[in-house]
Design a protein around this ligand. Sequence first.
Ligand code: 5RP
Length: 224
Amino acid sequence: MTQDELKALVGQAALAHVVPGELVGVGTGSTVNHFIDALAPMKDRIAGCVSSSQASTARLLAHGIRVLEATEVQGLPVYVDGADEIDHQGFMIKGGGAALTREKIVADLAERFVCIADASKRVEVLGAFPLPVEVIEMAAAQLVRRFQALGGTAALRLKADGQPLITDNGHPLLDVRGLQITDPLALETEINQWPGVVSVGLFARHRASVCLLGTPAGVQTLVF
Ligand code: 5RP
């Protein structure tokens, strides 16, 4: 099976975690796009969705799925999202699609985080995938130095035209390479305290409750 077929498989499997009549938190990315497409036929059996990005909102609306603002809801039974890496404890790196801040906000509303990922995302130690960090622009240079002191190399994420990528929230992103993240909870806590950090794409406090991992042998369910 191709990687995209594995993503489609777990996107479909996540439907089993949707609570009928309730709201669904929806992440961002190519795996989530499969989930949104799979969700469309049951749009009349859910109360609607809370989305983590403009891209996911556009896709949900194109399917005629009701989208509510995060400000309108007090909680969600479930949040479904992909990951760039996930370890054996359900800790994740996210933000490859630049949506990490809103993803964390919507995940924080949810009782359960259902991670959907193809098997390539499962790692022993987080950090081979560059860690995304959304930052306030004026702090970018000093945050680069802070990551350097940790042994990482941080650089602004650029678009194809060479200009800095700007998130849905209007901020640039740093991608940090070269970190071996052996204590995700401690590192997330540390980075969150640095002035100028909007959010870090380390999901330790908001780790997965369950991961539906797409493998050539089928969907493997990892419970954390
Ligand atoms: C977006 C994310 C995505 O969940 C992550 O990048 C995985 O993406 P994909 O499903 O396309 O592999 O965190 O900010």
